[in-house]
Write a protein that binds this ligand. Structure first.
Ligand SMILES: [Ca+2]
Ligand SMILES: [Ca+2]
Ligand SMILES: [Zn+2]
Length: 313
């Protein structure tokens, strides 16, 4: 009987959530300053589309009840470096990842901070295992090979000059400003585990990332990490490919003003290596193929990088 119930549950889950549909929800509950204007939310909607359509894992719901207690803990979107907030009795639907966003004046050269949340969980073993893995069995191993977060936090600088692009499929000139899309994509990748998940650190040694798929794409060489003591970013000089051309990985630690970076094949391959089912290593924007005009501008923009001020992300 138990088996039959399980099969029925799987069937229902399959009907409710077709493959390729991780639902990335940005949550503005902690935006107490009105930072997230409609144009910024439109950019985040595009970020949600890129990640949501390209990650095809099925994630179990977390549904606390009775003695099964799940309290979400997250770095406070309004003050992520100093404060943690708890959301008692937190639940999340199947396949949904909820990312709480906020802003603060970092007072440094930091453009953004992002990472997954954590939790305080108690109850039956089955409830606890599901809550911390969302059904991704590899997340429960002693050396984790998968990651099933409920969501996390992204905080943006409230003081930097942002370029907020209503349509990220086209690239315009924005000298002196920092690209909100680039930073949002970078921080979202941190929420999904690059530089943050246990399954990431399972593959880190000697300041390199040793994921098989990423290393294969990198000429058989493990990916160099930024040697800053944290092993949370790829090295500044590490090139992958995006939109058919070489580009420094999105998950390197800095970005220049006036320029956009996309997820490269190496960034996506790293997500694959830490446990995600990645549909395409070429996903950069909500629709797959950039128009010829934006290619030309991208190439033009690259020539301008040299003198730009770099900021940490
Ligand atoms: Ca545009
Ligand atoms: Ca997975
Ligand atoms: Zn970062």
């Amino acid at each position: 009987m138990k088996l039959r119930i399980s099969l029925a549950t799987l069937l229902l889950a399959g009907l409710a959530s077709p493959a390729g549909a991780v639902n990335v929800v940005f949550d503005y509950s902690y935006d107490n300053t009105g930072f997230f204007s409609s144009d910024k939310r439109a950019v985040l909607n595009q970020v949600a589309q890129v990640f949501g359509r390209n990650l095809t894992d099925t994630l179990n719901a977390i549904t606390p009840s009775g003695g099964n207690v799940f309290d979400a803990k997250l770095f406070d979107p309004r003050d992520p470096l100093n404060s943690v907030v708890t959301i008692n009795n937190f639940s999340v639907p199947a396949d949904t990842v909820r990312i709480f966003v906020g802003s603060t004046a970092f007072g440094t050269q930091t453009l953004g901070v992002g990472g997954p949340g954590f939790e305080s969980v108690s109850g039956s073993t089955a409830f606890i295992n599901n809550a911390v893995s969302r059904g991704e069995a590899g997340a429960l191993l002693a050396v984790p090979t998968d990651f099933g977060p409920w969501g996390g936090t992204i905080t943006f600088s409230s003081t930097m000059a942002w370029y907020v692009d209503s349509d990220v499929r086209t690239l315009e000139s924005f000298a002196g400003k920092y690209d909100f899309y680039t930073v949002a994509m970078h921080e979202t990748a941190h929420v999904f585990g690059i530089g943050t998940a246990d399954s990431w650190f399972s593959l880190v040694s000697g300041h390199t990332f040793n994921g098989a798929k990423a290393s294969q794409l990198n000429g058989g060489v493990p990916l160099a990490l930024q040697n800053d003591g944290t092993d949370t970013h790829f090295a500044s000089g590490l090139n992958g490919r995006a939109n058919g051309i070489a580009q420094v990985t999105l998950l390197s630690p800095t970005i220049n003003s006036g320029s956009r970076k996309y997820m490269t094949n190496l960034d996506w391959a790293a997500l694959d290596d830490i446990g995600w089912d990645v549909a395409s290593l070429q996903a950069t924007i909500p629709s797959a193929v950039p128009e010829p005009g934006s290619w030309a501008m991208m190439l033009g923009g690259m020539l301008l990088i040299g003198g730009m001020v770099r900021r940490r992300i």
